[in-house]
Design a protein around this ligand. Sequence first.
Ligand SMILES: Cc1cc2nc3c(=O)[nH]c(=O)nc-3n(C[C@H](O)[C@H](O)[C@H](O)COP(=O)(O)OP(=O)(O)OC[C@H]3O[C@@H](n4cnc5c(N)ncnc54)[C@H](O)[C@@H]3O)c2cc1C
Length: 411
Amino acid sequence: MKSQLKPTIAVIGGGAAGVFAAIHASYNGRYKVVVFERSSKLLSKVKVSGGGRCNVTHACFNNGVLVTNYPRGQRELAGTFSQFTTSDTVRWFENRGVHLKTESDGRMFPSSNNSETIIECLLREAEKCGVHFFLQHTLSNIFCINDKFHLKFNAATLEADKIIVAVGGYPQLSQYAWLQNLDIEIIRPVPSLFTFNIKNSVFKGLEGVVMEQASVKIQNSNFIMEGPVLITHWGLSGPAVLKLSAFAALWLADVNYTFNIILNVMAPNKQDVVRQMLLNLKLTESKKVANTKFANLSSSIWLRYCTMVNAEDKYWSDISNQTINKLAELLTGFVMAIDGKSVNKEEFVTAGGVNLKQINHKTNEHKSIKGLFFAGEVLNVDGITGGFNFQHAWSSGYIAGIHASMPENPL
Ligand SMILES: Cc1cc2nc3c(=O)[nH]c(=O)nc-3n(C[C@H](O)[C@H](O)[C@H](O)COP(=O)(O)OP(=O)(O)OC[C@H]3O[C@@H](n4cnc5c(N)ncnc54)[C@H](O)[C@@H]3O)c2cc1C
């Protein structure tokens, strides 16, 4: 690359952030933009994302609200999203012929329901801009010599004037060694967005049932989330559990994923309110307890709780106040032991990565290594499920690409 007339920007990683950064780095034509990808495929996570549909972003158009969906990076992302936010993502894809539709929960997908639409759009744009791709090139080290970056790959060492690091999240700290060699501080990587395992769950046989208005609290902590909870073969999943796994990711790693949760399937109602609801039924209802529709609990969940207090065959009038108290206690504060975690196949990410303190968030450039930019999950930023992780990839890719391709950094 030494003999080229144009200076070079090397983008490391051909995922969402890397490809988006490369496209934006090439728009002004000042640099030759080259993407190095270690695998034989570009955008492989985009392909499998959202169950093959790619949840591109989230229909949240207020940046103040948007940032609350990121357990790590919340403060810094206010600046990031002020440059490129969800509406910019929607417009960017629309302008290139990809319409995004919004589902009832706010997730946005291509109206084709096919992640290939997103991949084709990105690669078409990259080709139009003259971005060069080198597959099966794994970067193993970077040296800075005389204002140039020397990039060590499997077989070759190449030179670049600027670098955008967009390698995603690595599960092991040791995999960040080549960044640590540059004195870049890495926050310990831990998984985020996982489901909870339960041995001998009381909900066995109810797999697939959703408790629509639940809350899950981690015992002996302040972490609590409200939302639907899904019973799975291994334990519990669903929005409330996934969100909890994200916000408590570091805490849960520290206890090696062995902890207790307190499950309230009547959220936001507390024990006293539920007790009163049950007492009212005892006074007014002539049916058997198990045959009653209780709040918005599914009949199978309600039956399971009735069975826990031996009330499944009884009439309301035969239920003692003691049993009512026990039932109210279980419905609103059932303590369950969690024994490990499982991968959420829909979406998982790495919490941790490059310490945000070292980054200028107006440009995504390293504060002391000029010409070194970052984008995507390699940064210590992660979002909850719903399109927030890709939104960060687009926004940070945009910023890194635009600012890396400026002749000099005016900010
Ligand atoms: C199964 C699954 C489904 C998901 N679904 C969604 C979803 O629907 N919506 C959403 O918002 N988020 C989703 N996510 C999260 C989202 O995919 C990531 O947050 C996003 O891909 C991060 O983009 P990135 O470019 O930073 O990293 P990546 O997509 O991980 O890309 C990094 C690239 O860098 C390459 N690389 C790594 N090291 C090197 C090296 N040393 N040299 C060269 N190349 C290297 C990797 O091979 C990879 O191609 C999902 C994640 C998973 C695992």
